[in-house]
Design a protein around this ligand. Structure first.
Ligand code: AMP
Length: 324
């Protein structure tokens, strides 16, 4: 019943969002800092759909350019003035602090489209679907619901949305990939883009990262009850010649290890320790939230500012695994 109600609210919200889009000449689309393929995919996919559907509108995408995702898209550079009277849409970003380009509030109206728990309910309109595998999936659904109302899909949009769905489902591996996810992905591959080239780009790693991956497998600290941690201090990251982003991305590689329930990477960078959690059972997002972060039940993140805090997180992770 609750789910049905949420679905109905979702369909009303899609209609409202499209009606709102139609009212504005300028639409600026944001996403989160430290972007991943779903952030780029949902933001860029929505932009491409809107450009094709409303050629007279000015559609912009903003945020820091991420060099590792340059194969997907490039951001626009716009002045503060552009925000005057504009509609701002933020994709895939649970809380305001994590929005890349903090000028999001300069627009006239704000829309949030997201699939994380809605703890920071910002925006004049909010469409939040925690059951969606990715925001790219939601954007495809938005297109489907507005097709009769003039929304157009393009090859470029399909490529971006497909990348976002693949990225957030770990190539359709995680339980968040539902029948709907597979259906949508199946529809998206009918558009013209090079899927093999896209997969190659998404999953290729530098030799230096492969070497760090070897180190992680060798030095993984397996704790009680199926918990595990990996500590990557600054000097080690520098020694391997990888970026913090590259080191962080290796968190998913532990998923295949038998017996692991939940694990955390502690990645030291200037002035903070980045915590990256993954789980195959116990929900770890409340633990992340306790340390000022957030995320999904099986993939979350936070920041710590001392190794004592990291030690406390380790104990709590073991306790969670014991319960779960
Ligand atoms: P990541 O490990 O960066 O892929 O993040 C996994 C999930 O946790 C994503 O959905 C992020 O939005 C969320 N997340 C990661 N770091 C933070 C943070 N510092 N604060 C809030 N949410 C985060």
């Amino acid at each position: 019943m609750k789910k049905e109600l949420a679905r109905e609210t979702g369909s009303k919200m899609k209609t409202k969002i499209l009606q709102t889009i139609k009212l504005f000449d300028t639409i600026i689309i944001h996403r989160h800092v430290r972007p991943d393929p779903d952030a780029y995919g949902s933001q860029g996919g929505l932009a491409e759909i809107l450009k094709a559907s409303f050629p007279d509108k000015n559609i912009y995408i903003v945020g820091d350019d991420e060099p590792d995702l340059a194969y997907l898209n490039r951001m626009d550079r716009i002045s503060d003035e552009t925000y005057r009277g504009a509609l701002v849409i933020v994709c895939d970003t649970a809380n305001r602090e994590r929005i890349s380009d903090q000028r999001f509030h300069l627009g006239e109206r704000l829309i949030k489209i997201d699939h994380h728990p809605n703890h920071d309910a910002y925006g004049d309109l909010q469409w939040v679907d925690e059951d969606a595998s990715s925001v790219s999936e939601m954007i495809y659904e938005f297109y489907l619901s507005g097709k009769e109302e003039g929304l157009r899909m393009t090859d470029a949009a399909a490529r971006l949305l497909f990348a976002g769905i693949v990225g957030d489902t770990g190539r359709f591996l995680y339980p968040s990939a539902t029948e709907k996810t597979f259906d949508y992905a199946g529809e998206l591959i009918h558009y013209h883009f090079d899927r093999t080239a896209l997969f190659n780009k998404m999953y290729e790693i530098e030799p230096s990262v492969a070497r760090l991956q070897g180190y992680i497998y060798q030095n993984l600290d397996i704790l009680e009850h199926g918990a595990a941690i990996v500590v990557l201090k600054k000097e080690l990251i520098e020694k391997f010649g990888v970026t913090v982003r590259e080191a962080s991305q290796l968190v998913t590689t532990l998923g295949d290890i038998k017996g692991l329930k939940a694990w955390c990477f502690f990645i030291e960078e200037e002035g903070q320790i980045r915590l990256r959690f993954r789980s195959k059972g116990p929900a770890i997002n409340e633990l992340a939230r306790k340390y000022g972060g957030g995320g999904h039940p099986l993939a979350a993140g936070a920041n710590a500012y001392s190794w004592e805090t990291a030690e406390a997180v380790k104990k709590e992770l073991i306790a969670l695994c014991k319960e779960g």
